[in-house]
Design a protein around this ligand. Structure first.
Ligand code: BTN
Length: 325
């Protein structure tokens, strides 16, 4: 889409309930009335219903149901998270693209967003089912000035931001299973995959991949995940706005990230613990080395590491594992 058309669409989304005059559009974008008319005509052909009334201007009545970056950008209140969006109808994985963009100098806060992923990936090399038009599949590129050992904290911070955003937008209360699963009544709603680009001890970029099952129907889930996954639509019985959820996540995430930079993980930790599912419960941790540890989850330490106390009273530090509750 041309830059001017993108900007016109953004203005129409921003004035969704009201008219915006052709003159105001021309002045804000520095283009001619003919150019505005040409782009409005094109937008109509693309499925946007735009009313035009003499002396009042243009009003967006309805947008096609598909996800667009203009709609996300139109009312995005963050300062830098999601302010640059690399949008794709379909990609193998937003994570892969984000890695390339980060290497090519993408700015802090750039968001890679897709309507569908053909090869979505989860933790431990698993597949992440990412069908068209029903979820949020996105990867946020951060360029933090942090040491490597602090990066796992960002996953926990992202989980808090997402849980809060889901509550705000859909009024659904979810829980977090360490480190990065967001569950509703024991079923997975969101997965977070944090990946790193580093050189020795220096972090070059962090990619936070977020997969959120928003409007996927139970019947459309692959059989192997039907009993373990859920979606906001299944939970609430209503179609939920992906745009509002993306916007809210970007602002919440940015707010928490700023807080974290100013005050450290100490302020995020208690927030995370309020939503944590496993604290105080007996859990089983299957580590990456294939070791299985059973004990009570005592909480997380200031590095975001899970503390598990076995029946001998030994406290194990769990850096990465699959948790069974
Ligand atoms: C998990 O295993 O729980 C993490 C799943 C992360 C999925 C998201 S969807 C957007 C981004 N692109 C990917 O390929 N994966 C992440």
């Amino acid at each position: 889409m041309s830059q001017t058309k993108e900007e016109i669409l953004k203005l129409l989304f921003q004035h969704k309930e009201t008219f915006i005059s052709g003159q105001a559009i021309c002045e804000q974008l520095g283009c001619s009335r003919t150019a505005v008319w040409k782009h409005i005509t094109e937008l109509r052909k693309e499925g946007y219903t735009i009313e035009s009334v003499q002396k009042r201007g243009y009003k967006l009545l309805e947008a096609p149901k598909r996800l667009t970056k203009e709609e996300v950008l139109a009312n995005l209140n963050s300062r830098y998270f999601g302010k640059v969006i690399d949008f794709h109808e379909v990609v193998p994985s937003t994570q892969k693209i984000a890695h390339h963009l980060a290497e090519d100098g993408a700015t802090h806060g750039t968001l890679v967003l897709a309507d569908e992923q053909a090869g979505g990936r989860g933790r431990l090399g698993r597949v992440w089912h990412s069908p068209k038009g029903t979820g949020i599949w996105m990867s946020l590129i951060l360029k933090p000035d942090l040491t490597i050992n602090r990066i796992p904290q960002l996953t926990l911070l992202a989980a808090v931001a997402i849980v809060r955003s889901i509550k705000k937008v859909s009024d659904v209360d979810c829980s977090i299973k360490w480190p990065n699963d967001i569950l509703f009544e024991g079923k997975k709603l969101v997965g977070i995959l944090t990946e790193l680009q580093s050189e020795m001890e220096n972090v070059r970029a962090v990619i936070i991949g977020m997969g959120i099952n928003v409007n996927i129907e139970w019947a459309d889930m692959p059989a192997e995940i039907r009993d373990i996954a859920t979606s906001l639509k299944i939970i609430t019985g209503k179609t939920q706005s992906r745009v509002m959820l993306i916007q809210t996540i970007m602002t919440e995430l940015e707010k928490l990230y700023d807080l974290y930079l100013n005050e450290g993980f100490e302020v995020i930790k208690p927030m995370w613990e309020t939503y944590a599912l496993s604290i105080g419960k007996v859990i089983r941790a299957r580590t990456m080395q294939g070791e299985v540890l059973q004990g009570v989850a005592k909480g997380i330490n200031n590095d975001g590491v899970l503390l598990l106390e076995d029946d001998q009273g030994v406290v194990h530090h769990i850096y990465s594992a699959d948790i069974e509750i």
